[in-house]
Design a protein around this ligand. Sequence first.
Ligand code: NAP
Length: 353
Amino acid sequence: MKKIDVSILGCTGTVGQRLIEMVYNHPWFNIVSIAASERSASKKYKEAAVNWHLPMDIPEEIRDMTVVNTDPRETGARLVFSALPSDIAKEVEKNFAEVGCVVASNASAYRMEKDVPLVIPEVNPDHLQLIEVQRENRGWDGYIVTDPNCTTIGLAMVLKPIYDRFGLDTVYVSTMQAISGAGLPGVPGLLITDNIIPYIKDEEKKVMTENLKILGKIKDGEVKFADFKIAVSCNRVPVIDGHTETVFIKTKEPVDVEEAKKVLSEFEGEPQRLNLPSAPKKPVIVRNEEDRPQPRLDRMAGTVPGMSVTVGRVRQGFDENHLLLTLISHNTIRGAAGAVVLNAELLYAKKLL
Ligand SMILES: NC(=O)c1ccc[n+]([C@@H]2O[C@H](COP(=O)([O-])OP(=O)(O)OC[C@H]3O[C@@H](n4cnc5c(N)ncnc54)[C@H](OP(=O)(O)O)[C@@H]3O)[C@@H](O)[C@H]2O)c1
């Protein structure tokens, strides 16, 4: 097949680098331009990406590409992966969608807008129906599809099969989030080494509202939010990659631990049925050891490294309506770069590109 041209906005950042890693060799997509701020524009990528932080070298194909401005006249591709800071994304992503580009975005700028799909392909692919509503409302030739916050993604993928089988009443979550989640240059070493910071700006609200939107149902052209209660406490910990979440769930129906493990481990969705290139065979991996999951051991789990969520310590709470578990997901792969790539693969498979 002829590959589809793509552009990466925010190419020098934590997520932008992961996007380059995931897309430069992609079977369907071909990077034709890379864009970042005025600080980087006109420089060769190898000079602009001074904080390249991945273990692999910058791919040969990308090293000498010239970084351009985040302007559709300079980027040239119809499909755009955005890894821009949210305040910048608000204006820039609109500029791209207006002129007919499809924007697969990591940024939070449009996630909660009524006519913008917030999609995890295994969980709510039907929310892509909002694309038509969005184009009609806004008169755009293109459109924006967003992926959730990196903490939301792992949680929603685990809540979905539990919600469908047992119903959800209340969910309490406490997170231990990696420092790469803060982007570059990130949290100063002096503040995070030997420490835990019990606050991440705006994060708790994002995790609460995004989960209710993603697990909601589309009715009359909009999302009716899921009706369970959710409370979240977010913490930054000295781990490089991989967000850990301990989750306390009150279900509507009585929940058997073995059956919960079974529904989690058998969970799959459209990406698996369509055999999308970035879809792991098992979106949720259940481990039975008493000391798993752990970020160093489990963040790259699965057939597509970093795209599966690993769950462990699944056990009963106070009574048969309470389930406890711990999950880990890779925040810059499943939680960011891999999420937009999988969204774009789904758009392509559904002939929406
Ligand atoms: N890190 C994660 O785990 C994660 C997970 C999920 C979602 N996200 C979201 O993904 C987005 C990117 O996050 P990140 O962690 O990669 O951030 P980051 O490391 O700070 O990178 C930001 C990128 O945006 C570019 N940029 C900054 N200001 C710009 C401007 N005025 N115009 C054009 N480009 C500009 C930067 O280019 P320069 O190098 O030229 O400044 C850089 O390429 C954010 O919206 C974030 O909330 C991040």
